[in-house]
Design a protein around this ligand. Structure first.
Ligand SMILES: Nc1nc2c(c(=O)[nH]1)N[C@H]1C(S)=C(S)[C@@H](COP(=O)(O)OP(=O)(O)OC[C@H]3O[C@@H](n4cnc5c(=O)[nH]c(N)nc54)[C@H](O)[C@@H]3O)O[C@H]1N2
Ligand SMILES: Nc1nc2c(c(=O)[nH]1)N[C@H]1C(S)=C(S)[C@@H](COP(=O)(O)OP(=O)(O)OC[C@H]3O[C@@H](n4cnc5c(=O)[nH]c(N)nc54)[C@H](O)[C@@H]3O)O[C@H]1N2
Ligand code: SF4
Ligand SMILES: [Mo]
Length: 759
């Protein structure tokens, strides 16, 4: 038995691990004690990280679909040549637009995969790139475009004296700061952090909060507007900061005028005094960050919630300021300057490429994943014929599972890179079987890079780790690293590849491109060197540091803004508080509550069109509950749902409801229930959760079976769970920038399946 140091890649937490290896197999894992950031933290998924590698279902080689079902093993060389041949034919016939890529969560958790797969799409000149990002928190990039970016960034948690969480639960989701979040938040609260949480559920993090607004879902823009209303009213806006660095202040002030805390409180069902207290706590702080999570992004008006979060940060001047120490400067990410200056807004959509459906165009968040099934199904020029799925599971994860199923089955060529037979991989023409985390050289670069998206993400200190391979791939296996497959394709098709540093392009952060040697394949470590060639700390320094560490080096401080140009017309770039589309959307919400109706589906960035008549919906009384999103500790999206140790105490993804709601419906824990939306229905188990507001059904995604498997079994609800995507339409009520449909807070009805009690 030996012990090796590595880090977990089950989620973006990247917790440092000690892995016990016996006969070449990872048999146990635990958090590494003594790490300054994590302090031994890991979770039950991390404990099971080795099981990903030894899972009995794992593919030991790539697979080719037989014409009448099932798979045959195929060598890693043949999978490259056969896919290259079929792809060349499609490219020759239909052009690059016929070839799309969907990159899921694991794509972004490995910098080499992301870099080489992106270089490959550049090489074939296909703009058809879709990611899980647009069914996750696309409002982050959209709002950053409309508001502009602060080049010094926001303050990470340890530097803040206020932190506002809107619909995120970092203690379970490790959704930032990536660290030991319970310890970090508890210590910060002990040291005086004013923590405010807006969430319809009393989440683990809400229990630490000074103010928890346990509001009705869908009222986040209202509550943020009400907080800003209070900030204006009490004179707590940072006038000096605003006059130097912002514009649109008076437009914002007028836009939030109808949203007094007293008016919004009964709508959102919270106390007006608590809204005021939250506003004051946040505004009075020196540094504060707003962390908006998946809940509000999946509700309607997700961009607006994210945008108002940025506006609140600007209004209170809470960004990192000149002279502040940057306590989490980059380590492996591109070295950069932190400057107390705005980078101006830029267009959030119509960025030079249009889809054929629903008026979508390339947006700041990328192309809408919710439109990809339609782009596959819609005949005619531009139809998608081939799809690469890299580290994702569309059939489990995308909204509208039925349409997704139809689309994936309609593809001429579906290539799935996945270690296991997932619902999506079952439909593939080729499965490419990859090496996994403990078998490859890797670094923490990708999680570090998340910090450019928001100060709430990434490591709160300059943490980095390099992990060499610590186990061999299984005996007799024939596996590729994910990136090696794309390298192989490019080489086979005689295409050059150029990789780029910096995972998420961001204003003020440079990037270096390097051509890959297409004659002799670089080693994994050589590739990592290219991807960190502009890092602040050389990768070799991190490599030489045996184990996880914090890389302080020279202190970094925020630099002052550039001098204002002296000519009359000269001004420095400013942050935009008065974006017309966003404030127009807020006005629609204000008109709706004035008229006591719910705002209509938003299909256009033009607020007038957005207010057009709604489609017919069941009256509220027929769908009296709201289904909201959540994460469970024992799975990471679809990952872990097939690990016996992780299925946890529920076995599946139950529908959590308030105990009184269950009692009113005559239901008990574990009863089989039917949850129905305007779009579809699922069966699942009822589960009491007193932490919820009444009137809610809280369910996790990526469970259930494929429609084909579900049709063959009557016990899917009990054995595999329910797929929430079946309840969601991608066509009815979606965001015009990202296409994200209404995935949290939508109306559902609930009834017991009397004859089918669990016991
Ligand atoms: N209704 C509803 N739908 C949702 C959500 C919700 O809250 N509600 N959440 C949305 C969100 S935020 C997201 S991010 C998406 C998730 O969407 P996806 O990213 O599409 O789903 P995952 O299950 O994370 O897919 C990860 C896949 O990677 C595979 N994998 C693991 N390791 C490796 C590896 O080393 N290489 C490769 N190639 N593959 C690997 C796993 O087996 C798994 O199949 O779901 C979205 N869908
Ligand atoms: N254990 C585990 N960890 C994960 C994942 C997982 O599946 N399991 N998934 C990973 C992925 S892909 C992502 S993107 C991150 C997401 O990370 P988070 O965004 O932190 O995800 P959640 O924990 O679901 O927190 C969302 C919260 O929003 C609340 N909510 C729902 N609707 C609304 C609303 O309208 N308004 C407000 N204010 N709140 C609302 C829910 O009650 C829930 O507490 O987590 C990652 N980490
Ligand atoms: S929090 Fe994420 S990275 Fe850490 S042990 Fe759990 S699954 Fe692994
Ligand atoms: Mo996500």
């Amino acid at each position: 038995m030996t012990t090796a140091r590595s880090f977990c890649r089950f989620c973006t937490g990247f917790c440092p691990l000690e892995v016990e290896i016996e006969n070449g197999l990872p048999v146990a894992a635990r958090g590494e004690p003594g790490n300054p950031l994590y302090d031994g933290f890991f979770c039950l998924k991390g404990r099971d990280f080795g099981t990903l590698h030894t899972h009995p279902n794992r593919w030991l080689s790539s697979q080719r679909r037989r014409p009448n079902g099932g798979f045959d093993p195929i060598s890693s060389e043949s999978v490259v040549t056969e896919v290259a041949d079929r792809l060349s034919a499609i490219l020759d016939r239909d052009g690059p637009r016929a070839v799309a890529m969907y990159s899921g969560t694991v794509f972004y958790q490995n910098a080499s995969t992301a870099a080489v797969a992106t270089a490959w799409m550049n090489a074939i000149r296909s703009p058809m790139r879709f990611s899980s990002g647009t069914i996750d928190q696309p409002g982050k990039q959209v709002s950053a475009a409309l508001h502009g970016t602060w080049l010094a960034g926001g303050a990470p948690l340890p530097d803040c004296d206020a932190w506002l969480i809107v619909g995120s639960n970092p203690l379970v989701a490790i959704s930032g700061p990536q660290s030991n979040p319970a310890k970090l938040f508890k210590n910060a609260c002990r040291d005086g952090l004013a923590l405010v949480v807006i969430d319809p559920r009393r989440t683990e993090v809400a229990r630490l909060a000074e103010v928890h607004l346990q509001s009705r879902p869908g009222f986040d823009p209202h509550l943020l507007a009400a907080m800003m209303h209070a900030v204006f009213e009490t004179g707590l806006a940072d006038q000096a900061f605003l006059s130097e660095h912002a514009r649109g202040v008076s437009a914002l002030k007028s836009a939030v005028a109808p949203f007094s805390p007293e008016r919004i409180a009964p709508l959102a069902d919270v106390d007006a005094a608590d809204i005021r207290r939250a506003a004051k706590l946040f505004a009075k702080a020196q540094r504060g960050t707003v962390q908006v999570g998946t809940g509000p992004n999946m509700a309607r008006n997700g961009n607006l919630t994210e945008y108002l979060g940025l506006c609140l940060t600007t209004l209170t001047g809470h960004w990192r300021r000149a002279g502040d120490r940057v306590t989490n400067p980059p380590v492996l990410a591109p070295d950069r300057e932190f400057k107390a200056q705005a980078s101006p807004p830029y267009p959030a959509r119509n960025l030079g490429f249009d889809l054929r459906v629903r008026d979508f165009s390339l947006a700041a968040c990328g192309l809408p994943t919710s439109a990809l099934a339609d782009e596959i199904l819609l005949p005619g020029g531009g139809q998608v014929k081939a799809l690469f799925v890299v580290g994702g599971n569309p059939l489990m994860a995308w909204p509208d599972q039925a349409k997704t199923d139809e689309a994936l089955k309609a593809l001429e060529l579906l290539v799935v890179l996945d270690p296991k037979p997932t619902a999506t991989a079952e439909l593939a023409h080729y499965v490419v079987a990859p090496k996994l985390g403990l078998e490859i050289a890797d670094s923490t670069l990708s999680t570090e890079s998340l910090s450019v998206l928001t100060a709430a993400f990434g490591f709160p200190v300059p943490h980095a780790q390099y992990a060499p391979p610590v186990v061999e791939p299984p005996a007799g296996s024939d596996l590729l690293e994910d990136w090696e497959f794309f390298y192989g394709l490019a080489k086979q098709m005689d295409l050059p590849l150029r990789v780029q540093t910096g995972l998420f392009p961001s204003p003020g952060v440079g990037s270096v491109r390097s051509a890959l040697d297409m004659k002799s394949r670089p080693s994994s470590d050589e590739l990592l060197d290219l991807l960190t060639c502009d890092s602040r700390i050389a990768l070799d320094v991190v490599r030489a540091h045996a184990g996880p560490g914090v890389f302080e080096a020279e202190p970094v401080f925020v630099q002052p803004a550039d001098p204002v140009p002296s000519s009359d017309s000269g001004d420095r770039p400013r942050l935009e508080l008065g974006d017309a589309a966003m404030l127009g959307e807020l006005a629609v919400l204000s008109e709706a509550f004035a008229a006591r109706t719910e705002a209509k589906p938003r299909r256009s960035i033009d607020p007038v069109r957005a207010a057009a008549p709604a489609t017919d919906r069941a009256p509220v009384s027929e769908r009296p509950y709201r289904l909201i999103s959540r994460r469970m500790a024992n799975a990471f999206n679809s990952m872990g749902t097939d690990h016996p140790d992780l299925r946890g105490r529920y076995g599946t993804n139950p529908a959590f409801m308030h105990p009184t709601d269950l009692a009113d419906l005559g239901l008990a824990r574990g009863d089989l229930i039917r949850v129905e939306s305007d779009h579809g229905a699922v069966e699942t188990l009822a589960w009491p959760d007193p932490a919820l507001r009444r009137g809610l059904v809280s369910m996790s995604h990526c469970w259930g079976a494929s429609p084909t498997a579900a049709a063959d079994r009557s016990d899917t609800a009990k054995t595999a769970g329910a797929n929430v995507g079946l309840l969601i339409s991608v066509e009815e009520d979606y965001d015009p920038y990202s296409g994200i449909p209404w995935m949290s807070g939508f109306p559902v009805s609930v009834c017991g399946c009397e004859s089918r009690r669990r016991e």
